[in-house]
Each structure stands twice: as C-alpha cells, then as structure tokens.
Design a protein around this ligand. Sequence first.
Ligand code: S3P
Length: 440
Amino acid sequence: MSAPGWEVAPGGALQGEVVVPGDKSISHRSLMLGAIATGRTEVTGFLASEDCLATRAALGAMGVAIESHSPTHLFVEGVGRDGLQAPSGTLDMGNAGTAMRLFMGLLCGRPFDTTLVGDASLMRRPMERVAKPLREMGAVIETREGRPPVLIRGGRPLQAIDFRMPMASAQVKSAVLLAALSARGRSCVTEPAPTRDHTERMLAGFGVQLLRSGNRVELEGGQALRAARIAVPGDFSSAAFFMVAACIGGGSGLMLRNVGINPTRTGLLDMLLSMGADIRVHRHAGDSPEPVADIEVRPGALRGIAVPEALVPLAIDEFPIFFVAAACADGETLVRGAEELRVKESDRLATMAAGLAALGVEHELLPDGIRIRGRSGPVAAFGGGRIDSHGDHRIAMSFAVAALRAAAPIRIDDTANVATSFPGFAALARSVGLGLRELA
Ligand code: S3P
C-alpha cells in the first residue's frame, strides 16, 4: 500500500501571516478535565486533529457528551470525577501517546476495566514509565512487554504517592497527577527537570488546589473539578516549523499570530536566538493561565551552538525542525542528553539522521543526540532526495521546510500522519511561499 507523500520544490520566498491550529497538549487536557468536572466546560481554539479526536471519541465511549459549535469550539458536559461509564470495547488512541498515557492515569481509579490500543507506532512505545508509579498507588495495569495494549483493571482503591520521576516527562507527571485526584491522601510528584506544566495550570483553572514549589507538585486526593472556560492558544510546536522556515528561507519573513509561549515549551526560541536568529515576541495582554504572543521572524544568518541540556525537555518536540535549522547554520551544532527522542512517534534521532544523510548533510549520530555540521550562506544546505518520514508527522514537516534551502526537490513519503497534529499544514505552507505539492 502506498502512503501519500509530498514533493517540495527547492527554494522559495516566505512572507505573510500564519495562524497555526490549537495546542495539542492543551486540547487533550481540556477534554479530559472538562469530562471529569461538574458543569459545562467551553473550549475555544480546540485542535481538531486526529490525536485530539481520539481523546474525544474515547470520552464519548465513556458517556461524555461533547457538543461542537464548530470544529474548534466545543462544549463538554462534565460527568464529575466518578461519572465516567464503562466503554463497550477497547479504546483506540490512534497515534496519540499523550492520550494513552494520560488516560492510564485518569482511568486506573475507576470501577470498570479498560483496554487501550493504538496504531503501529503507538503499539511500540513504552508504557511502563506510567504503569509503574500507578501500580505503586494500587492500580492494576498490564502491558505487553512494557508496550500497549494496556489493560487497566477497575475497582482498585488508589493511595497517594511520593513519586520522584526517573525521566523528564510531562505525560508521566500528568498521568500520576490525574490518578492522584482519585487517591486517598496527598500525592507529590518531583521531576528531574522542568517539563510542560499545562496539566498543573489547567487543574488550577478547574478549581483544584495544588502546591507547586521548584520541580515539585503536591495535590490532595478527592478534590472536585468545577467546569471552566478554556481558550486554547496556537501550538508552539506547530509554529516551530514556520519559525525555522522564516529564519532559513528567502523573502521578508513571517508573523505568527496567537502562539502559546508557556516557558516550559519555548526552548526552541532560546536555541534559535542564541544561534543569532532575528525573532521578536509580542506578548498579548491578559493571557493567563497560558501566555500567548505574536512572533515575528525575519531571515538571517545562523551559527551553530552546543545546546544546553537543560533546554532539551523544553524543546522536546522541536528537535526535528531544530536539526534542519542546524544544517543551515554556520559551523557545528551539538545536541546531547536527548535520548528521549528515541521513544517518540519514531526514533527521532535515527529517523532524522537517515533523512540528513539522504540529503547530504554532514552529521554524527550519537546515542543521546547528534552533531551536525551546517552550511550557511548562499550555498544550498541540503541536496535533493527522498525521505521516509516513518509515519512521523514532525519528521515530514521538518523536511518540507528543509526544501527552502535545498539544491533540488525533496520528496517525502508517508505524510498522512501530519493530520495527527497539524491538519492543513500543506495548504498553510503553500500560502506563505513553500512549493509543496501533495502526491496521491
Ligand atoms: C506531551 C509531553 C511530551 C511531548 C508530547 C506531548 C504532553 O511527551 O513529547 O508530544 O502533552 O504531555 P513526554 O512526556 O513523553 O516527554
């Protein structure tokens, strides 16, 4: 079976304004928390992508009514913390790691059993990182050699946990916090380094008392959530493709409107600025609980950097597109401490290295990162060639952007999964100057 692909013409001048779709992490959470709240939660700016629609469908299968006024404007009828009903079959999370891991936390304290499955990529991803702490809380969870399907046995009372996370993962943290809502006692989660804090911010917005100090979050079990209004900002991770495109492409640059700039997400901004990028952030007023800005990006020369390891979790989804920026920068860029990239939708270190090799970019793949020798200035940074995205949305979009600095067309195979996070990417990219053609 041939999966659809893209052919992207080399070069291009970028200009105009971009409004990226809603944030994926915040959209998942808005449905989950809205579902277990009491009252009607209004969500605007929702990301109607395949991943978030999987969360919506799973909640629907558990008796939660979600009404659409438009694809991005929803109302969730909360059923309360104990109101979810047993689904009649397995719950399919598609490609969505966030949905699967957060549902593990949300569902392990329920009176019924659930089984979570996903697509081929998700069925290969590690789930014990979530199952382990939840078992410590009293949950009964089975995985198949650490991977999905995940079977969650219901009817087990949960106890609070004092959990020191072994890896920096917002999904693990969030799953434990969601389980902690149904546990007896006060739970505490400590992360080794800051990760995205959308769950904590949103829980507070739903009236949950939590104490945050440094890398620690504490939460008393048994608290009820009250319905909220959630305005989902544009996804910084989607904006990232256009940010790098405007840095490396010709033309006058881009204005990216209404982008979430939560500091636990904006590591890429810091990395690009330290490479010398011309980026201005115009923050909106009254943008709590999630900060929002318009981001103005102009093309300019970049220089290679050694990425500080502390920035890695703050840019965890942006490394594929960052590697494209690095290939266009003068000198060497080094990324270490990024072994988490190996367990994303694909092994993003290996998939990116294979793509960089196909396009003639000098690099060295490391166990926990990569070293890239970039080519700046008027010369092409990439040759033409054919890329296998391995069904990974962010890999596909990254190499589409690379074409701006390629010597010949770049063909990208297996692009269907772009719809998991960024429906409409191809048309939006074309509208600002990328020569992207969709192949059947
Ligand atoms: C996410 C957390 C990150 C990120 C993923 C979304 C979330 O995963 O890569 O795209 O919404 O909590 P990890 O927690 O595995 O780092």
